[in-house]
Design a protein around this ligand. Structure first.
Ligand code: CO
Length: 133
């Protein structure tokens, strides 16, 4: 079951610059800050109530996030819905013929995650995540 908006992902040129707004000006606390090598991004989570903002800074040029930044500039990248069972969510999407990016869940900043293709979702890149307890 999908339970809430877990986070909104925002692609930025420089996470350090973006922190000056989201952390310093808005006062949102940072709950995670790490480089995810296999995805080629530095990801930062900032808490706002029961949800989070995820800042994504590409660390190399050969990734989807880097290409997004190159072609569209900084801005909103995806919405992540929390689920108690990301595997089941992905299977349900597959059964409905929704186009997937990930064929199975993988570890990400928000726990076990997977992405659905924006083509199937009215232009919005959708992530499902089950936080690791
Ligand atoms: Co995300």
């Amino acid at each position: 079951m999908l339970t809430k908006v877990h986070h909104v992902g925002i692609v930025v040129h420089s996470a350090d610059e973006a922190l000056k707004f989201y952390r310093d000006a808005l006062g949102l606390p940072v709950t995670a800050d790490q480089v995810i090598e296999d995805q080629g991004v530095r990801g930062i989570l900032l808490q706002i109530g029961g949800s989070e903002i995820e800042l994504l800074e590409p660390t190399r040029n050969d990734t989807g996030v880097a290409r997004f930044l190159e072609s569209r500039g900084e801005g909103m990248h995806h919405i992540c819905f929390e689920s108690d069972d990301v595997e089941k969510e992905l299977e349900a999407a597959r059964a409905r013929g929704i186009e997937l990016i990930d064929e199975k869940p993988r570890p990400g900043l928000a726990g076990m995650i997977c992405f659905l293709h924006p083509k199937s979702n009215h232009g919005v890149l959708i992530e499902f995540a089950t936080p690791v307890a």
